[in-house]
Design a protein. Sequence first.
Length: 95
Amino acid sequence: MLHTLNYSPWHRDILAPLRLAQPGDDLLLLSDGVIAALQGGPFLDLLRAAPIMLYALSEDIEARGLAAQISDSVVRVSYTDFVRLTAKHDAQYSW
């Protein structure tokens, strides 16, 4: 399953959806969701502990001026990669 987070993690309960994550799932951070990937932030360790691969949309990182603050453990992707992730998974869960 492809999980997408497009809201600030400060405005969502990210623990609840993470309980649904299964090995092989992917999480794509979009829009203000990229805030969850901040190095040293309170959400990054929670996301890395889940059995998922973590991605963030490069354009949204750049638009928020966060390029230097995003953890290297998060894979930065383009819109083309977003489409590939969508095609890879049969289902998508947005939170």
